[in-house]
Design a protein around this ligand. Structure first.
Ligand SMILES: [Zn+2]
Length: 464
């Protein structure tokens, strides 16, 4: 079966084929760096990671862009409150975001453009100028520039909205009196006192870009006018992605995106996550409670992306238990595998995992397929009916699965102290000083490690 994904634009599951065979361009809306990202944000980033890794598993080379929104109302408010320059305010949140991506084993994009980079600001201004020139945008009296949605009949198509619903029926609210249509959105916001020193020059006067044009400029600037896949959380569909389409297509004259994919929202204990409800979690909050990045990744990954994810601590505990089963089986096959692989018995279906993901990233079926293999092969390992060569084939399959899901245990780092003891012990064994070797094994055990002697030398594993 070929890969098929659900397209938000057509509301259908469609076969996926990139514009250029074997190469996929992927744009994913990134964080607004005014705070630490919360687990609802990370649900979207983990879903996008699964998508990218699945495409790579199927042999596509993926070029991914994830933008960082480092200028908007929230970042400006934050830097004004903290009384520091904007860049100084956002810097620690950018760093924290990258740390969090690593903790969750999310593959780094090739490009993390920042909205405030001079080249991207220049492109935004250039795009806005083109839109004005073509009648798709207009400058209001205060110097702000708005996109004229009436000039783009396809506006509303992604969100499946009726444009008439966006037309004003009565008076437009007083703070938006300069717009022709209530649905018109800002491409450029004229400076006001609340912006402080966050300001750029433009042909329309001093101000700053709107959020939507940031993404259009960075996406088309880096990936070109046409992109294979554009993702985000479902809350990005309208107005953000709808507006990205309007701006980009009115500038380039080409269809902007082939496939739009959005993941559903995250709830905590079936409630909307909010600070006031006391159920608001950043990744850091969960790590502080003793959960690992791998466990959080599992919990965020294990629900189909088109279903709302109800995050609970029971769910995290279930993730921990599932990973423990996976680890135990993993250790078992690692210990008994030969060096060369032999074909697996034909009744073990190792293709079900990939086939499930090919079907619109059906992760529940994919996990079901993995645990079915684990259950079945554990039985055969007990009965001794798998050859070491077949076990090697299982190890190789497990590693391919891990290239997509990244469920392998944290690589435990060996301290210099343990390494020194290991070296001493190797020397003792070479000199056949067995009593010294045993003493050193106990010393290593006291530091939390089990040392095993194999034909390839000493092997270390963390004490259970
Ligand atoms: Zn965006």
């Amino acid at each position: 079966m070929s890969i098929q994904y659900f397209n938000t634009l057509t509301r259908q599951v469609e076969p996926f084929a990139p514009r250029e065979s074997g190469r996929v361009s992927l744009y994913t809306c990134g964080p607004t760096v005014y705070n630490y990202a919360h687990i609802g944000n990370f649900r979207a980033y983990v879903f996008e990671d699964l998508l990218q890794r699945h495409l790579e598993y199927r042999g596509h080379a993926v070029t991914r862009v994830m933008n960082l929104t480092d200028v908007d109302d929230k970042t400006i408010r934050g830097c004004r409150t903290a009384d520091v320059p904007l860049a100084e305010f956002t810097q620690p949140f950018k760093k924290a975001f990258f740390d969090d991506l690593e903790t969750l084993r999310i593959k780094k994009a090739q490009h993390f453009p920042e909205a405030t980079s001079a080249n991207h600001i220049a492109r935004m201004i250039e795009m806005i100028a083109t839109l004005i020139e073509r009648g798709h945008a207009y400058r209001a009296e205060d110097g702000s520039v708005y996109f004229r949605i009436a000039s783009f009949p396809a506006y509303g198509r992604l969100a499946h909205l009726n444009l008439d619903e966006l037309r004003p029926s009565g008076r437009v609210s007083s703070d938006e009196y300069e717009k022709e249509n209530i649905g018109d959105f800002a491409l450029w916001k004229a400076w006001d006192a609340a912006d402080g020193d966050v300001v750029w020059d433009s042909p329309w006067g001093r101000g700053r870009p709107g959020w939507h044009i940031e993404c259009s400029a960075m996406a088309t600037g880096i990936l070109g006018p046409q992109i294979d896949i554009h993702c985000g959380g479902e809350d990005n569909i309208f107005p953000h992605h709808e507006s990205e389409i309007a701006q980009s297509e009115c500038v380039t004259g080409l269809a902007f995106v082939r496939l739009w994919m959005h993941c559903k929202h995250l709830l905590v204990d079936n409630q909307k996550m909010s600070k006031s409800a006391g159920n608001f979690y950043t990744l850091r909050d969960l790590l502080d409670k003793g959960w690992t990045g791998r466990e959080v990744r599992y919990a965020l990954l294990s629900v189909d992306y088109r279903e709302p994810l109800n995050f609970t601590f029971e769910g995290l505990a279930a993730a921990r238990a599932a990973l423990a089963r996976f680890d135990e089986w993993s250790r078992r096959i690692d210990e008994t595998a030969a060096t060369g692989a032999e074909p697996l018995p034909t009744d073990l279906d190792t293709t079900a995992f990939g086939a499930a993901l090919d079907d619109d990233l059906n992760i529940s079926a994919a996990l079901g397929a993995i645990f079915e293999i684990i259950r079945e092969t554990n039985k055969r390992l007990d009965a001794g009916t798998l050859t070491p060569g077949q076990i090697r084939a299982l190890v190789e399959w497990r590693d391919r699965v891990n290239s997509v899901l990244r469920f392998e245990p944290e690589a435990a780092t060996i301290s210099a102290e343990v390494q020194a003891l290991l070296d001493e012990r190797a020397a003792a064994r070479a000199a056949k000083s067995w009593a010294e070797s045993d003493r050193l094994r106990d010393a290593i055990a006291a530091l939390g490690w089990v040392v095993k002697d194999t034909k390839d030398g000493q092997k270390l594993s963390p004490k259970a």
